[in-house]
Design a protein around this ligand. Structure first.
Ligand SMILES: *Cc1c(COP(=O)(O)O)cnc(C)c1O
Length: 341
């Protein structure tokens, strides 16, 4: 099966499993797991932050940061298609008592001007704008890159208006590799960042959040409250460390593979695809004009050995990752052609 549903479907390689098997461990709630400590130190250093914290999922990482930056009744300004607003089961209002204020960006990118327009004046009528969230790369928009210049402008705005900025960097690795941007440049233009090891980097589990020492101290308490305090979790941190060392630069391959797939799809009759959104490892396309029904289409692909996911209406998402080779992509292209014929 060529599984293009998500970059979360990757399985740990034998070498990664070996690194995990021999990992030195300790009780991480006591701060005594050497692999977790090493991973946290490495991520803090990579992003130029004072401190970092291992958490079980990207969602928990985002939600802990939101809670740290806000008080109940505050408003969080985000892009309308973002993960925090759409794919975290309503966690921000549920866990932090905040209201989300979505702004419609272009290909996932909202500008500082747009955000400035919705920051509320300091009057008792209005929810107080406390936090801006940015997603890079932007999953819903097709793995699009949030330009560093716009992030800088947003962070400047946040600082001038006394808001915080959280960067949902589940796929920041893809953005960094695609644009040759050092990870520190992202870290320097946000108050907190969350990153995932279980997407393109190919580890089975784990995320890390990074920020100031004070923020991470508060996050440590919240991680316990949210049920995310884990014990000999160095086994997982070792997988993440292995992923960082071996699977970061190869993301370029995934980006090339996505490009090959997208280009081929754009030449198939009836397929609508905005090639400008194919900037990293995600390909979103629309099959409305093929006349095929989405569920039937998914079934026909599956029968021939390709898995993708529906992505709203007649849209489909395909994601390349380290368990998909160039040959797999070429085979998938032939299968798509076959189904559309
Ligand atoms: C995957 C993802 C997350 C975190 O998801 P989990 O499944 O909770 O790890 C957060 N933000 C974005 C943009 C993502 O793609």
């Amino acid at each position: 099966m060529i599984d293009l549903r998500s970059d979360t479907v990757t399985k740990p390689s034998p070498a990664m499993r070996q690194a995990m098997a021999v990992a030195d461990v300790g009780d991480d709630v006591f701060g005594e797991d050497p692999m977790v400590n090493k991973l946290q130190e490495q991520i803090a250093a990579l992003f130029g932050k004072e401190s970092a914290l291992f958490v079980p999922s990207g969602t928990m990482g985002n939600e802990i940061c939101i809670n740290c930056h806000t008080r109940p009744g505050d408003e969080v300004i985000c892009e309308t298609g973002c993960h925090i607003f759409n794919y975290e089961s309503g966690a921000a209002p549920f866990l932090s008592g905040v209201q989300m204020r979505p702004v419609v960006g272009e290909r996932g990118v909202m500008t500082a001007e747009q955000v400035e327009q919705v920051i509320s004046p300091p009057q008792d009528h209005f929810p107080q704008s406390a936090l801006i969230t940015v997603e890079n790369t932007h999953n819903g928009a097709g793995g699009t890159i949030f330009p560093l210049d716009e992030l800088k402008r947003l962070f400047e705005l946040a600082q001038n208006r006394r808001l915080k900025l959280h960067l949902d960097g589940a796929r920041i690795w893809n953005a960094s590799v695609a644009t040759d941007t050092p990870l520190k440049d992202y870290g320097h233009h946000c108050d907190s960042i969350s990153v995932c090891f279980s997407k393109g980097l190919g580890a089975p589990v784990g995320s890390v959040i990074a920020g100031s020492r004070q923020l991470i101290a508060e996050a440590h308490r919240l991680r316990k409250i949210y049920g995310g305090g884990m014990r000999q979790v160095g086994i997982l941190a070792a997988g993440a460390l292995h992923a960082l060392e071996h699977n970061l630069n190869r993301l370029k391959d995934d980006h090339n593979h996505a490009r090959i797939l997208a280009q081929a799809l754009s030449n198939m009759p009836g397929i609508e695809i905005d090639l400008d959104t194919v900037q990293t490892n995600i390909v979103i396309f629309d099959i409305a004009k093929t006349g095929l029904n989405v569920l039937q289409f998914l079934e026909q692909l599956k029968e021939r050995g390709v898995l993708v996911v529906p992505f709203g209406g007649t849209r489909i998402r395909a994601v390349t990752h380290l368990d998909v080779t160039k040959d797999d992509v070429e085979t998938a292209v032939e299968i798509f052609k076959d189904v559309f014929d």
